[in-house]
Design a protein around this ligand. Structure first.
Ligand code: GTP
Ligand code: MG
Length: 417
């Protein structure tokens, strides 16, 4: 199927990164299987309350619609319902705003039950106020035309629609709660098992899923389970968790999360709070940045703000400047908790894993034990669960040098040399 041709429009109201946000709108359009055939922008002190653009620009837009034959207009801002309707009336084209566009992408891309419910909830919340405004304006028109009887009927219909949506919202929230209860149980079990968790977070298209796949390929306990990678905004919408075993028998759960974007609709941030709970509870965050993108600072700022908005606390973080192969920079190159790297480069992945290990297993201690031959099971235990660095067989038993968490070391205290 050919992508739908659209016209992208934007209003520059003192926007510090206006050009970039328009560029990103083009990519969002592509992610929704559309293509922008023309762009129209205007600089104003404030949007026109009724028509977004000023009068002259609106005429220009109408001409552009007629000239290009595009039947859809995509606006770079969230529009009011009356702005949408007025532009549609003037141009005879369908208008989608930035929030509606992102909601559509998410709706088409959601795969798991939870993601689908989250998106559905966000859509319903987006519709609710729109329903009220548009319907009440219809009521005004009816009232102007006379007939009080009509007005009553209209109100009833409006009430009915609103109640239907509210009921759906309640229903979806209930289903989500059920799912989250299951999730909480899982996460509690993980905590009890003291398995360390890391979450890959960052701007959409930075390479989070690619890094996840490299980690799974090299350290995964179930190699087949790769995650979806694509050069497209919002390739990942669900959090996927994978088991890793880092060198030294170090168990780690890694989660790949939904990417962020500037001006991510508030309703969606809300909606993905639960999905991103994985990140909120992680022992370590790996923020992935596209080092080859000139707008990387803005992207990092957006990531920080979004993490804050969804209530992720200040967690230990490694910042990965990815796609260095597309820049002139040397890689892998580490400075403190920052790593310049490429997801395609095995040495980079090794360096990242070293950094992860250092952060996650800082509470590991090194011990030397002498395990009598009568307690041979313990030797197998230590080998299976921890990082055994040296083994020697002596007359009194097996001598092992092991790196292990302090809490576990307490269990073997009596054998310590
Ligand atoms: N050249 C180069 N390309 C990369 C690198 N890492 C990822 N990519 C490419 O960047 C694109 C996006 O990668 P993903 O891993 O899907 O990005 P993501 O951060 O998971 O994106 P979302 O799921 O949309 O948030 C894909 O085309 C990858 O092949 C890298 O180190 N170098
Ligand atoms: Mg991804």
């Amino acid at each position: 199927m050919e992508p739908t041709p659209v016209i992208t429009i934007g209003l520059n109201v003192n926007h510090p990164h206006f050009d970039y946000s328009m560029e990103e709108l083009q990519q969002l359009v592509v992610a929704n299987h559309m293509t922008s055939v023309a762009t129209l922008t205007q600089k104003l002190d404030h949007p026109d309350a009724g028509t977004y653009f000023g009068k002259g620009k609106l005429t220009e837009l109408t001409d552009l619609v007629n000239g290009t034959g595009a039947s859809t207009i995509v606006a770079n801002d969230e529009l009011s319902p009356s702005q949408i309707r007025n532009i549609e009336t003037a141009t005879s084209a369908t208008v989608i705003d930035r929030t509606g566009l992102i909601l559509e992408i998410f709706a088409n891309r959601a795969r798991t039950k939870e993601a689908k419910l989250q998106v559905q909830l966000a859509k319903l919340r987006y519709q609710l106020p729109r329903l009220r405004t548009s319907a009440s304006q219809r009521l005004d028109q009816q009232a102007a035309g006379g007939g009080l009887a009509n007005r009553g009927a209209g109100e009833t219909q409006l009430e009915l629609n609103r109640r239907t949506i509210e009921r759906q919202i309640t229903h979806v929230r209930h289903e989500l709660k059920e799912l989250q209860r299951a999730y909480t149980t899982q996460s509690k079990r993980r905590k009890e098992n003291q398995v360390k968790t890391v979450a890959l977070v960052g701007y959409t298209n930075a390479g989070k899923s690619t890094i996840m796949n490299q980690l799974v390929r090299r350290f995964g306990t179930n190699e087949a389970k790769q995650v979806f990678v694509k050069n497209m905004l919002f390739a990942t919408l669900d959090t996927s968790v994978r088991n890793l075993e880092l060198p030294g028998n170090k168990q780690v759960l890694a989660s790949d999360t939904v990417g962020f974007v500037s001006d991510l609709p508030h309703k969606l941030v809300e909606a993905f709070k639960a999905t991103l709970a994985e990140a909120a509870e992680a022992d370590l965050l790996i923020q992935v940045v596209d080092y080859s993108d000139p707008n990387q600072e803005l992207m990092m700022e957006t990531t920080t703000n979004t993490l804050k908005a969804i209530g992720v606390p200040d967690l230990p973080m490694i910042t990965v400047f990815n796609k260095a192969d597309r820049t002139g920079s040397r890689f892998p190159e580490r400075t403190g908790a920052n790593l310049i790297m490429s997801a395609q480069d095995p040495a980079s992945i090794n360096e990242l894993v070293t950094m992860m290990s250092e952060q996650l297993f800082a509470d590991y201690v090194q011990k030397t034990y002498l395990i009598p031959f009568t307690a041979g099971d313990l030797v197998a235990d230590l080998n299976q669960n921890f990082d055994v660095q040296a083994t020697a067989y002596e007359a009194a038993g097996t001598k092992l040098t092991v790196a292990l968490p302090a809490t576990a070391a307490a269990r073997y205290h009596q054998y310590e040399l």
